[in-house]
Design a binder for this molecule. Sequence first.
Ligand SMILES: [Mn+2]
Length: 431
Amino acid sequence: MMRKVHFVHTSDWHIGFVQYGKIERFNDFYLAAMNTVNKIIDIQPQFVLHTGDIFHHQKPSPGAIRQAVKVLKKLKDNNIPVYMIRGNHDARNTKELQRGGNIISLLDDLGLIQFIDDKVISIDDNIKIMGVGYYTGKSSVYRLDDILDDYDPSDETFDILALHAYIEGQLERNVQISIKEISDYKVDYIGVGHYHIPWKKPKLKIYCPGSSEATSSNDWNRLDLIDKISIYSSFFEIKSEYISSWSSPEVITHNIAVRPKINIVISSDTLEINTLESEILNAIQEKKSIIERNGLDPENSIVKLSVYSEIDVDNLSLLSETEIKNKSNIFHMMSQINGKEKYQDIEIDSFIEQNLEEIILSMLKDEDDPQKFLEIIMDIINMFGEKKHREPSEETINLIINKMNELANGNTLAEDEMRQLVESEFKGGLK
Ligand SMILES: [Mn+2]
């Protein structure tokens, strides 16, 4: 009898993330996972490999847990087992395991998944999976080596290695496992989570399906963009068969429609605020009609707007982002509007009388280097503290947290840690 494997690889569902503080986004993450699972049920694989970050938080809300249970129960009811490893979001460290287990152990207890961290599991006579959950930095490689020491992949079994780590070639910084290191592992499929954009390296047998929804605008940079508009998330369907050995896996990408994300970059040389505003509104309108032509609802879009203008910064503050957002009727907008002069060059004392918050927001939006961003935050904290000027608004705090989340994706600062930092400094420390 011919031996075959047929499975699905999905990752990074991030259930429970209330992105931008909006309940619609909380629902989006659930829907994306549910739509993924519905499509998996149509495919009828032998099993599902989930490479981590099913939840956005280590301690997900009861609502998020219920969502995950509902989604996973659908697979269980259809007799499709799920093998899952630990991500950095849902079970960041192994501490919880010593204290009775983490949220993934709970899903395992409920019989919804099998938690395969630090284990080699035989699914049947044909298939083995080695699971290595998230470890900080290079310790992933050491952990991986430890586990592989006890295990010899064989030609007879289809061997899968499941990882939650950044692989060389995904991000410029934060390489946790190099191609050289990973190419030494003699397995048939290396399934990777953590990186949120679909990524395939067939020669090395490394496959990363990406997240089921975007947790940051970095995740929008997919290869299947339509005019810089991101409308899909993905999962992989994998097939291989044994003749005299296991054939190279055939990896089919399946797309799930998600809330549209639009990236707009405008360089304008006008010196008129009104003209600049129309240029922005027209650009948004143009993208919206493309979304409509693709059969999706453009009013539900998330827009990231980067404007490079010749208008000097003082005048540019007359351009209202709220007005642009309202006039263009979209779900959510993040904007970075750059004028002719940089605020960073102005002495703090000279702008303390101006609209402090607006200036701070511009500085933060400008900054893409996480370390510098943190430095600005610390400056702001000190500034508000020393001058006892006033407290930043809820909007500012949210913006800082959102922006920090965006920057932390691909860095080591966890969202919870940042939220704590911002909230304790602004709300507790400065009253
Ligand atoms: Mn993730």
